[in-house]
Design a binder for this molecule. Sequence first.
Ligand code: EPZ
Length: 438
Amino acid sequence: MLQVATPTATEETQTVIEIEGRASLRGEVRISGAKNSALAIMAGTILCSDDCRLSNLPALADIDKMCQILAAIGVKLKRDGDRLVVDASHVGHGPAPYDLVSQLRASFFVIGPLLSRLGMTKVPLPGGCAIGTRPVDLHVRGLQAMGADVHIEHGVVNASIKGNGRRLTGAKIYLDYPSVGATETILMAATLAEGETVIDNAAREPEIVDLANFCRSMGAQIRGDGSSRIIINGVEKLHSTDFPIIPDRIEAATFLCAGAITHSEISLFPVVPDHLASAIAKLREIGPEVAIDAPDRVRLIPRDLRGTDIETLPYPGFPTDMQAQFMALLAVSEGNSVVTETVFENRLQHVAELQRMGANIKLKGNAAFIQGVPFLSGAPVMSTDLRASAALVIAGLAAEGKTIVQGLRHLDRGYEDIEGKLRKLGAKLTRIEQPVSL
Ligand code: EPZ
């Protein structure tokens, strides 16, 4: 009889965050550079055959992965804290290794720059993730409109430019949906195309404007970014630049929710208040006040919490990336709330975990019907995706008793030292090794 040794609990462990709830917070939290801006801009450095120097990069797993992907296609990188020097003078055609690309959807952002720099490239399809299938059809159709021959085989997108000196041609492109990624792909590719490109129904997120500012700092001719019509006049070559990444509005909104749910007065710095307009408006509807103490500093003033309705929309609508965090807050806000997720098809998985903590939420399609409860109760909970994991941490801060948040690989993708920042504010939480309950 084959004896199979079953691992004892002590042999298999997992890293979790253990939170002692009901602690109030105070003080100021430093907001890191914006993940979703940094990832697109890192891809954008491929457009430049000289070196680019980026600063205010957040220390995140996703940034590390993007560095690995760039290095795998021949980009030279020098990282020093929040600074990154990128030399893409000898970038190769790709493809970047699938095992890296499949872990980071943003890796697909390299396709536009590689194609416009080299005239051809191969990039593995990024595939879906927990929140949805994440297609790239709008990216592909945009590149095809600019003269690229694009076909997909064996899970790899092969793109090349026949004729015209292997240079893309400016085109008038209408996006069926204001996709952030597709807008970024087309915008980057158009900076080196021949002639004018117009992107209609473009995404308007602050990360698009930051990317456009980055490209302009290299000599690109772009206008209209931040509106739904972006016009790019292609140039022959782009030059070196030094560029700081904007503060992360999603991290800022996450901390505002942490302050609101623990009835704590906390300050956030640096932030761009304009980027938080919808989050601030919703917080004021729920009860807390948000004071703008300086052009780059906001302060949450706690108030009693009452329910409201939220529908996620493309910017300047309420961001889908803030939906889970606000749902945790609404779970303990008096009265009824309805949260409708319209951007991604599967971004309500945190509901089941919040229910385990005592939240009263009913799911109907893409809408969550919430009845506020006085308290949540601490419990072991599982992260399903990046923003869901942040929502569970927020819920744990307010819950009675102990919450154990598992699945930290999601959290570490998008939050730089979140437990260190929360501990500095007075939260009681630690990252520990815990036996995996088999
Ligand atoms: C970016 O993803 C962000 N990621 C996401 O943040 C964010 O949630 C999303 O924009 C919306 O704001 C990065 O910037 C790295 P989309 P992206 O293209 O570009 C559909 C986080 O938590 N679509 O605007 O992938 C798509 O399926 C992450 O930080 C197509 O149908 O988002 C989705 O339903 C999560 N075809 C909708 O558009 C396409 O070709 C919005 O996607 C592209 C997108």
